[in-house]
Design a protein around this ligand. Structure first.
Ligand code: ADP
Ligand code: VHF
Length: 378
C-alpha cells in the first residue's frame, strides 16, 4: 500500500494537525509562561489555520504558571499542592492563548481531559464529536490534562501521550510535538554532545527506545521516551509525528512548507479502525489476564479469539464489556480486549474449555473470553 504522505512536502500540506507544546518549552526558566514565545507560536498556528489546516492544540504549562502565581520555587511533590498549582495556572494558560488568538480573530476553546474520559466509550465518542464540531466551526481547541481531578492511577502524566490520543480521536494526519530539543537524537544530547539528530524513522523502529531512554528535563514530564511512544500511538490511526524544536524560527511554517526540520516518525502501513484504536489507547485497564504460550500464538500468529482454556491467571476488578490487558507469562503485553465475562466468572472458568462453562457457571454467555473482533494486538 502506498503511503498517503510520502514526502515532507506532502505531509506539510496535510489537512488536520494536532500540535503539542511541552512544559520544557513553554516556561521561561521557571518564571511562568514564556509569553513572547507563545505569541510567536500562535502567530504561526493562525497562519496555518488561515491556509486551511485544521489545528487542535495540546498545551502543557498549567503547573509551571501556577507555581509562579503561587510563589513556589520547586514543582510541588504533594499531590494536592500540585493540583492546586495546576488549577491556578490553567487560568493563566488559557488567558494567554485566548488573548493571542484574538489578535488573529480566532476563537479558542478549553478542553480538559482525563484518562477516564477516553477509556469510557461513550465519553470518548462525546469528546470526539465536540472536538470535531469545534474544528468545523474554525475554533482552535486548547487541550490539557484535567490535572485538578486526576489521581496517580488515572493520569496520563505527560502530554505527549495525551497529544497522541487526541490525534487518534480526531483522526489527525500529523502530530507535531514541539519541545526544547531539535528532535530525537541518537542519545540524550544533554549528556552526549556527540549525539546526532535522527531526521526520519519508522515509529515502530525498536532501536529508538534505547536512544530515548535519557529521561526528562526539570519541568518536562516524559522526555523523549514518551514522544517515541506517542509517535507509535499516533501511528495506530495512521498519523505521522514530527518532533521538533519550538525555538527554531517559524518551525511550524517550516513543517508546512516541507522543510527538513526535527524528527519525522512514519506510521507502518497498517492502521487500525477507530474502535480498535480506542482499545489500543487504553493505557490502564481494569484487569489483566496472563496467557499461556499456546494462547499467545493463537492471538499473534493465527488471528484467533481468546479462549478461557489458554488463560492461566486473572487479576483486577472488571465487568463484562470492559477492557483488559493480556500478557504472556513473562509479563509482556500481548493484546488489549473487551472481555465477555465478569472477573468472578473468569476466576471460575479460566483454564477450562468452553463446553465446561455451563456446568461451572450454570450458563454459557459466549464461547470466547474475548472475541477477535474485540481484540487488538499490542
Ligand atoms: N535521545 C534524545 N534526544 C533528544 N532529547 C532527549 C533524548 N533523550 C532524552 N532527551 C531529553 O528530553 C527532553 C525533552 O523532554 P521533556 O523534558 O519531557 O520536554 P517536554 O516538556 O517538551 O515534553 C530534552 O530536554 C532532552 O534532554
Ligand atoms: N498537564 C501538565 C503538563 C504535563 C507535562 O509537563 O507534560 P510534558 O509537556 O509532556 O512534559 C501541565 O499543564 O503542567
Amino acid at each position: 500500500m502506498a503511503m498517503k504522505f510520502d514526502s515532507r512536502e506532502s505531509l506539510g500540506r496535510s489537512d488536520r494537525w494536532v500540535i503539542k507544546i511541552g512544559s520544557a518549552l513553554l516556561t521561561n526558566d521557571g518564571e511562568g509562561l514564556d509569553r513572547v514565545a507563545i505569541a510567536g507560536w500562535v502567530d504561526q498556528i493562525s497562519a496555518l489555520v488561515r491556509s486551511g489546516i485544521e489545528v487542535v492544540l495540546v498545551s502543557s504549562g498549567s503547573v509551571a504558571e501556577g507555581m509562579k502565581r503561587l510563589g513556589l520555587d520547586a514543582r510541588p511533590k504533594n499531590m494536592h499542592q500540585l493540583q492546586a498549582a495546576a488549577a491556578v495556572g490553567q487560568m493563566g494558560l488559557v488567558q494567554v492563548y485566548e488573548e493571542n488568538f484574538k489578535r488573529h480573530a480566532l476563537h479558542t476553546a478549553q478542553i480538559l481531559l482525563t484518562h477516564d474520559d477516553l477509556s469510557d466509550r461513550q465519553r470518548y465518542l462525546n469528546a470526539r464529536s465536540t472536538l470535531k464540531e469545534l474544528i468545523r466551526l474554525g475554533v482552535v481547541p486548547v487541550v490539557n490534562e484535567n490535572d485538578t481531578v486526576v489521581t496517580d492511577e488515572i493520569k496520563f502524566g505527560d502530554n505527549d501521550t495525551l497529544g497522541a490520543l487526541v490525534a487518534n480521536l480526531v483522526e489527525a494526519d500529523l502530530l507535531v510535538i514541539l519541545t526544547d530539543q531539535q528532535g530525537l537524537f541518537t542519545a540524550d544530547p544533554r549528556s552526549n554532545p556527540d549525539a546526532t539528530l535522527i531526521s526520519e524513522t519508522l515509529a515502530s523502529n525498536e532501536s529508538l527506545d534505547e536512544m530515548a531512554s535519557g529521561g526528562a528535563g526539570v519541568l518536562g514530564r516524559g522526555g523523549m521516551a514518551t514522544k517515541v511512544r506517542a509517535a507509535r500511538l499516533a501511528a495506530r490511526s495512521g498519523a505521522h509525528t514530527i518532533v521538533a524544536s519550538g525555538r527554531l524560527e517559524d518551525v511550524l511554517l517550516k513543517v508546512s512548507s516541507g522543510n527538513q526540520v526535527g524528527t519525522w516518525f512514519q506510521p507502518d502501513a497498517q492502521t487500525l479502525d477507530a474502535r480498535k484504536q480506542w482499545l489500543a489507547g487504553h493505557l490502564r485497564a481494569k484487569g489483566e489476564l496472563v496467557l499461556d504460550a499456546g494462547a499467545v500464538r493463537a492471538l499473534t500468529e493465527q488471528n484467533r479469539s481468546l479462549l478461557a482454556v489458554g488463560v492461566r491467571q486473572v487479576s483486577g476488578v472488571f465487568n463484562r464489556g470492559e477492557v483488559v490487558v493480556c500478557r504472556d507469562e513473562s509479563g509482556h503485553v500481548v493484546a488489549h480486549g473487551l472481555v465477555n465475562y465478569d472477573v468472578d466468572e473468569v476466576i471460575k472458568i479460566l483454564g477450562k474449555p468452553s463446553e465446561k462453562f455451563e456446568a461451572v457457571l450454570g450458563y454459557l454467555a459466549e464461547e470466547e473470553l474475548i472475541h477477535r473482533d474485540n481484540l487488538v494486538l499490542m
